[in-house]
Design a binder for this molecule. Structure first.
Ligand code: KIV
Ligand code: NA
Length: 265
C-alpha cells in the first residue's frame, strides 16, 4: 500500500481529487477507517468531548493526546496521521510548542500536528516547521478559543473577520503549513481561500469548495446523539443500533438463551 504523505495530498489538490479526512482516537476504529481508504486520520482534541465526555476541548492533556495518537498510529498502514496540539501546549510559547510537538512525534509515531489560529501562533508554527514536522493549520471556528467567542456559530460572516481569515490563511501557507482546516465559515469564503491557496484546504461546515472534507467519525456514524448541525451527514444511527443489540444481549442472558449448547465447552 502506498502511504499518504503531505506531497500526495498536494498532488491530489493539483489534479482536483478531493481529500477525505476523519477523526480517530483508538486502535480498533482507526483500523476500520484506514482499511476503508481514508486519506487523513485526525487525532482530534475532540476526543475531549467524544471520548472523555467533557463539554469543551480545553481539558484534554498532552499525555492523553499521545495515548490516543499512539493507539491510532499502531492501526494505520496508509493514512496520514495528524495530531491536534491540545490547549495550553503551544499558545504564546514557541519553545513549549516545539517541545509538545517533539513529544507527540517521538512517543506516538504520528506524522504531523495541527494547531488552531493564525498570526497569533506564527512563531510556534515556524519553530515546529524548523524541526521538520509538517503542520496543518486550523482557522474559522477554533474550539480551543470558545470562551473568547462564546458560541459555536458560523464564523467570519462579517467583512472584517473574513478579511482576517484570508490574511491568516495566506500567512499559514507562506510559513509552510501543508494544509489548513476551515471550520464553520460561509461556503463562498471557503471558495475564495481554496482558490487563492496552493496548499489543500479541508472543510468542516465550510461548503463544497474546500479541497477536502473532515467530520468527527462518531458524528458520521451516529454514535454521538443530539448533535445535528446543518453540515453533518449521518451515515448510520449506531447509537440506536448498538443500544438494540445490547438490549437483545441482556434479554438473552436473563432468559438463559445465551449461552446455548454450541456456545460452551
Ligand atoms: O478535533 C477535531 O475533531 C477537529 C476537527 C473537527 C477538524 O479539530
Ligand atoms: Na480539534
Amino acid at each position: 500500500i502506498k502511504r499518504i504523505t503531505t506531497h500526495v495530498l498536494q498532488a491530489m489538490k493539483g489534479r482536483g481529487e478531493k481529500i477525505a479526512m476523519l477523526t480517530a482516537y483508538d486502535y480498533s476504529m482507526a483500523r476500520i477507517l484506514d482499511a476503508a481508504g481514508i486519506d487523513i486520520l485526525l487525532v482530534g482534541d475532540s476526543a475531549s468531548n467524544v471520548m472523555a465526555g467533557h463539554e469543551t476541548t480545553l481539558p484534554i492533556t498532552l499525555d492523553q493526546m499521545i495515548y490516543h495518537a499512539s493507539s491510532v498510529v499502531r492501526a494505520v498502514k496508509r493514512a496520514l496521521v495528524v495530531v491536534d496540539l491540545p490547549f495550553g501546549s503551544y499558545q504564546g510559547n514557541s519553545k513549549l510548542a516545539l517541545e509538545s510537538t517533539i513529544r507527540i512525534m517521538k512517543e506516538s509515531g504520528a506524522h504531523a500536528v495541527k494547531l488552531e489560529g493564525g498570526a497569533e501562533i506564527a512563531e510556534s508554527i515556524k519553530r515546529i516547521l524548523s524541526a521538520g514536522v509538517p503542520v496543518m493549520g486550523h482557522l474559522g471556528l477554533t474550539p480551543q478559543s470558545i470562551y473568547k467567542f462564546g458560541t459555536y456559530t458560523v464564523r467570519a460572516r462579517e467583512e472584517e473577520e473574513a478579511k482576517k481569515l484570508i490574511e491568516d490563511a495566506l500567512l499559514l501557507e507562506e510559513l509552510g503549513c501543508f494544509s489548513i482546516v476551515l471550520e464553520k465559515i460561509p461556503a463562498n469564503l471557503t471558495k475564495k481561500v481554496a482558490e487563492r491557496l496552493v496548499i489543500p484546504t479541508i472543510g468542516i461546515g465550510g461548503g463544497a469548495d474546500a479541497d477536502g472534507q473532515v467530520l468527527v467519525t462518531h458524528d458520521l456514524l451516529g454514535i454521538t446523539k443530539d448533535f445535528q448541525p446543518r453540515f453533518l451527514r449521518r451515515y448510520l444511527e449506531l447509537f440506536n443500533t448498538i443500544q438494540e443489540a445490547v438490549e437483545q444481549y441482556i434479554d438473552d442472558v436473563k432468559s438463559q438463551d445465551f449461552p446455548n449448547e454450541q456456545e460452551q465447552y
